[in-house]
Every structure is written in C-alpha cells, then in structure tokens.
Write a protein that binds this ligand. Structure first.
Ligand SMILES: *[C@@H]1O[C@H](CO)[C@@H](O)[C@H](O)[C@H]1NC(C)=O
Ligand SMILES: *[C@@H]1O[C@H](CO)[C@@H](O)[C@H](O)[C@H]1NC(C)=O
Ligand SMILES: *[C@@H]1O[C@H](CO)[C@@H](O)[C@H](O)[C@H]1NC(C)=O
Ligand SMILES: *[C@@H]1O[C@H](CO)[C@@H](O)[C@H](O)[C@H]1NC(C)=O
Ligand SMILES: *[C@@H]1O[C@H](CO)[C@@H](O)[C@H](O)[C@H]1NC(C)=O
Ligand SMILES: *[C@@H]1O[C@H](CO)[C@@H](O)[C@H](O)[C@H]1NC(C)=O
Ligand SMILES: *[C@@H]1O[C@H](CO)[C@@H](O)[C@H](O)[C@H]1NC(C)=O
Ligand SMILES: *[C@@H]1O[C@H](CO)[C@@H](O)[C@H](O)[C@H]1NC(C)=O
Ligand SMILES: *[C@@H]1O[C@H](CO)[C@@H](O)[C@H](O)[C@H]1NC(C)=O
Ligand SMILES: *[C@@H]1O[C@H](CO)[C@@H](O)[C@H](O)[C@H]1NC(C)=O
Ligand SMILES: *[C@@H]1O[C@H](CO)[C@@H](O)[C@H](O)[C@H]1NC(C)=O
Length: 466
C-alpha cells in the first residue's frame, strides 16, 4: 500500500516535470511531401497535374511538355524536393498567373533569391521542412492578397523585425524552427507579433536558452531593458541576460542578469540594479569604497562583482557582513589596497561555500612584519580561490628591497628584521667614521689657527710643504 502510493507520487511528479519541460513542443506534421522520393515522378524530376493542382517531385522537368493553356489555370502548386539550394520566385510564378496556393516542402532550399513578384491571387504560402534560414522583411511585401504563411519546420533562427505583410493578412506560423534567442526577437511580444498565431509555441534552440519558451525569454529581456533605461544611475550601463535558471522545484524560471557599468568614470556604485541581477561589472572607474555592498540591499543577490582598476583603498567595511559570506566572485585587481582584514576574510571564506574567485593583484600591499605573514598564510590557505596569488606583490617603499616581491615568497626574516640589527650596516659604520674625521679635522684647523695667532708659529705641516 505504502509503496504503491510512493510509486504513484513519483509517476505524477515525473509527468509534471516532463509536461513543463516539453509543453511547447509542436507535433510535427510532415505534409504532403513526406516520402516524395518514392513517387514514380521523382526519378525524372517530373510534375503531375490533377485538375487545377500541380504536384512536382524533385523538379519541374516535364513542365514545358504540358499544355500551356492548362498550366495557366493552375491554382495550387506543390513542390516536393526542390532540386536547388536557391529558389527564384519570379522564374517559377511566371508560369502560373492564377496561383492561389504555393507549397515548397522537404527540400534543401536555403535561400530565396529576390522578393516574391506581384501575384494577385496568391493567398497561401507554405515553406516547410527545408533549410531556409533567414527571411528578409520585404520577401512577401508585394503579395497583396496573401493571407496565410506557414514557415514551420525550417532552419529560421532570427528575424530582426516583423515581415511586411498586406492589410488583409491573417496568420503566420513559425514553430519548429531553431530560434536563436540570444538574438533580438522582442518584436514577437508586440502587436506586430500578433500575426504569429503560434508564437506561444516557439522554442529557443541556441546554446544559452535551449528548450526555453521564446516569449518568456523575450519578456525577460524586455523587462530588463525597461528597468535599465528607466533608472538614471544605469543610463550608460549595459544590461544583459546571462541565462535563465529553473528553480529547484522545477516550476518557475528565474532570469539571471548582468549589469556592466565599466569605463563610465563612476565615483559610486549605482544605487539601483534590476531585480535578479547577479553579476556586476564596474571596472575602470573611480570607485573608492565598497560600502554599498554592505548597505544597499540590491547588492545582496549580486554574487559576482568586478571592480578592477578603481580606487578602492580598503574592504574593512565588509567585515562580518552578509555580502562577504555569500559572494562568488570579487575582483579587485589594480586598486589601492594596502592591507586586508585578514581574520575577517579568513572566517568569511571558511563560511562561504559559494566563494569561487577572489582577485587581489596589482595593489600596493604594504609588506610589514605585522601584516605580511598573516596575509601570506591567507594566500596559501585559499590559493584555489585567490587565483592570482602568485601575482600579489609588495608596494614600493624607498629603500625596501621587498619592492615587487611576491608576497608568497617572503619569509619572516625578510619582513621582520630587528630594528637594531638593521641600523649597524657597513655603510652606516663608514658614515660614522667619516663624520668623526670631519669633526677632527675642523677641530685641528681651529686649534692651529688659534695657536698661530697666539704664538705666530706656523703649524708643523705648513713648514713641510714645498
Ligand atoms: C501547409 O498548408 C496547408 C494548407 O494550404 C496546411 O493544411 C498545412 O498544415 C500547412 N503546413 C504544413 C507543414 O504542411
Ligand atoms: C513514409 O514512410 C514511412 C516509413 O517508410 C511510413 O511510416 C510513413 O507512413 C510514410 N508516410 C506517408 C505519408 O506515406
Ligand atoms: C517524365 O515526364 C516525361 C514527359 O511527360 C515522360 O516522358 C517521362 O516518362 C516521365 N518520367 C517519369 C519517371 O514519370
Ligand atoms: C538534400 O540533401 C540530402 C543530403 O545531402 C540528399 O540526400 C538529398 O538528396 C537532397 N535532396 C534534394 C532534393 O536535393
Ligand atoms: C539552380 O541554380 C542555378 C544557379 O542559381 C541555376 O543556374 C540552375 O538553373 C538552377 N536549377 C534549377 C533546376 O532551377
Ligand atoms: C501549440 O502547440 C500545441 C501542442 O503542444 C497545439 O495543440 C497548438 O495547436 C499549437 N498552437 C498553434 C497556434 O499552433
Ligand atoms: C546565436 O546568436 C549569437 C549572437 O548573434 C551568436 O553569437 C551565436 O553563435 C548564435 N548561436 C547559434 C546557435 O546560432
Ligand atoms: C551618459 O553618457 C552621456 C554621453 O556620454 C553623458 O552626457 C551623460 O552624462 C552620461 N550619464 C550618466 C548618468 O553617466
Ligand atoms: C526575477 O525573478 C522572478 C522569479 O524568480 C520573476 O518572477 C521576476 O519577474 C524577475 N524579475 C525581473 C525584473 O525579471
Ligand atoms: C563592459 O563594457 C565595456 C565597455 O562598455 C566593455 O569593454 C567590456 O568588455 C564589457 N565587459 C563585459 C564583461 O561584458
Ligand atoms: C600574472 O601576471 C602575469 C604577467 O603580468 C600575467 O600574464 C598573468 O596572467 C597573471 N596571472 C593572473 C592569475 O592574474
């Protein structure tokens, strides 16, 4: 009884999971050209005429042998297995002035040369199961009576904007194409996208959004764009969607956004970021302090922060804060850091299971006895996180031979010399000797001068001069 229940629940869960994953998969309809190569006509690339319908298999080889008056009355043309990778609409349509329906299916067609010419009766076009990858907006512009377009099951991956279609146009189908949602397809959300009858069924096929519902992706992109444009602090930043994550219960989707405010001469963090922003770049700015990471709640969910080439002098304010215990990436290359709160950082990294990367090179680290050994220990303990630990070097201080030395290579003896020891160097000794000699000579001079005035006798050394 118990196990049956469990089994049932698992089945239901599995079903829910599958149905949410694949809810937008459209069943494939292979149309009238399926298995066309089996038709007798396919051997020669011939067409067959039945009433006002012309059905061609692999070409139109026998078209010129048919009664031209009867061809002129043809209303429906079905082209299975078009023999070329290109299709030139004019050269085909010129034979069929009364054509109402055109179908091109199961072909290796990749391009349509030139836009469709004026054709007053053409109201329905199907191009399906081909390699057709891109359609110009003007492709069907001159077909004034076009009502239906079926472009399903091709290789369409992008469409910069809506197609230009006549007023009386009714519907277009676009499902079954490998849409690249990294590209801009936001127009599908607008009124102009309403012609796309199956827009709810479109799915993405690019690496970033594989299997995602296209409209959901575009809606997230649109939300992000509006949020970014509406806040003055973000006006010159660029906002992009990083990816979409499915929540742990499998039910909802969360977009992950990245905001890039690099090279903008910023002095402060933006006071606002769009909801769901996890990645923030603000490199090459003038930011001097990181208080916002602690105080501004929008930064709580920002896990990756890149602040290279700013003027950050200290990260002490982050001590024991939420952010330091939860970040994933912090890059502080090329700032003005001289010291770190070593113990606080140590305990934060110990607690923070997400911490993946911390960059600290190209900062003027002060290599004194008190700080350096603790710092070196930290660098060794977290060398997998502090990826540039071998590039962390000491700041230049006049006379300090540790200038540009790797902190990791410093020993206690290098930074913790006793002050007395260091004073009595050979050079200092020489200086002392020289100074006392000068005093001695001056003293002798004064004495000689005094003696000469008093006794008139020249000093002994003068009598010996030539
Ligand atoms: C092609 O057009 C016909 C009507 O002309 C329609 O029934 C059919 O579903 C269309 N699409 C495909 C893929 O065959
Ligand atoms: C095409 O051929 C396959 C297998 O050869 C068959 O299952 C299918 O029914 C055929 N389709 C049509 C429309 O004849
Ligand atoms: C193709 O059409 C030509 C002319 O109608 C005919 O002679 C030939 O037998 C046809 N071939 C096939 C395989 O139907
Ligand atoms: C399309 O390409 C495939 C694979 O290259 C080939 O087998 C097939 O015959 C081609 N079809 C036509 C109509 O040329
Ligand atoms: C295929 O395309 C080439 C070049 O575009 C053209 O010369 C040739 O006539 C076309 N063949 C057919 C069957 O349309
Ligand atoms: C969307 O896909 C479903 C099947 O998943 C289908 O029943 C429905 O007709 C499709 N909608 C359109 C407009 O094609
Ligand atoms: C999708 O578009 C992006 C941006 O244009 C491009 O870099 C990427 O290679 C495309 N992906 C596919 C699978 O076509
Ligand atoms: C954005 O850039 C423009 C032109 O470079 C500049 O005039 C404007 O002040 C900048 N806005 C912000 C908020 O930085
Ligand atoms: C942030 O993600 C939640 C789902 O986790 C979603 O409901 C919300 O609309 C997203 N916000 C934005 C601005 O996209
Ligand atoms: C951020 O934007 C700057 C210029 O605006 C660009 O050079 C840089 O590559 C961007 N960084 C990322 C990670 O996209
Ligand atoms: C360390 O510095 C060298 C030379 O400047 C550079 O090529 C290398 O990429 C740096 N390594 C890291 C991890 O930053």
């Amino acid at each position: 009884m118990f196990w049956e229940k469990i089994y049932f629940i698992v089945l239901v869960l599995l079903f829910v999971r599958l149905s949410t994953e694949f809810s937008v998969q459209v069943p494939a309809d292979h149309g009238t050209c399926e298995n066309w190569t089996l038709a007798a006509e396919a051997n020669a690339g011939n067409c067959t005429k039945t009433g006002k319908r012309l059905h061609c298999f692999g070409g139109m080889a026998n078209l010129h042998l048919m009664n031209i008056q009867k061809i002129k009355k043809i209303e429906q043309v079905i082209l299975c297995g078009w023999p070329n990778t290109t299709f030139e609409p004019h050269s085909v349509l010129k034979h069929f002035p009364k054509i109402r329906i055109l179908r091109i299916e199961h072909s290796n067609l990749t391009h349509i040369f030139n836009d469709f010419p004026d054709a007053n009766y053409l109201e329905s076009i199907n191009i399906s199961w081909t390699q057709f990858g891109y359609t110009r907006p003007t492709l069907f512009k001159r077909l004034h009576n076009l009502k239906y377009l079926d472009l399903r099951w091709n290789k369409l991956d992008h469409m910069e904007g809506p197609l230009i279609l006549p007023r009386s146009f009714e519907q277009i189908l676009l499902a079954g194409n490998p849409w690249n949602c990294t590209r801009n397809l936001k127009w599908l959300l607008s009124e102009k996208g309403a012609h796309v009858a199956d827009r709810e069924n479109l799915t993405c096929a690019d690496y970033k959004y594989t299997g995602r519902h296209l409209l959901t992706v575009m809606q997230f992109k649109l939300n992000l764009k509006t949020e970014c444009q509406n806040h003055p602090d973000l006006r010159n930043c660029s906002c992009t969607m990083h990816y979409i994550r499915r929540s742990d219960d499998g039910k909802s989707l969360t977009p992950i956004y990245a905001v890039n405010c690099s090279h903008l001469n910023l002095f402060n963090f933006p006071s606002y970021l769009p909801q769901n922003t996890s990645i923030f770049h603000a490199t090459h700015n003038q930011i001097a302090e990181v208080r916002s990471l602690r105080d501004n709640s929008v930064y709580r969910q920002v896990y990756d922060v890149y602040l290279d080439n700013n003027r950050v002098q200290s990260i002490d304010v982050l001590e024991a804060g939420f952010w330091l215990n939860n970040f994933r990436v912090l890059s502080l290359k090329g700032n003005k850091l001289t010291r770190l709160p070593v113990y606080a950082l140590d305990s934060a990294l110990e607690r923070n299971a997400h911490a993946a990367r911390l960059y600290l090179s190209l900062n003027p680290w002060i290599c004194d006895c008190k700080f350096t050994m603790k710092f070196r220990e930290l660098l060794m303990k977290y060398h997998t996180i502090i990826r540039d630990s071998h590039n962390i070097t000491c700041k230049y201080i006049e006379g300090d031979e540790n200038f540009m030395t790797e902190v990791l290579t410093l020993e206690r003896n290098d930074v913790c010399k006793l002050p007395k020891e260091s004073k009595i160097l050979p050079l200092d000794l020489l200086n002392g000797v020289l100074a006392s000699l000068i005093v001695l000579i001056l003293g002798k001079l004064a004495y000689d001068y005094y003696h000469y005035r008093k006794s008139g006798r020249l000093p002994w050394i003068v009598t010996k001069l030539p």
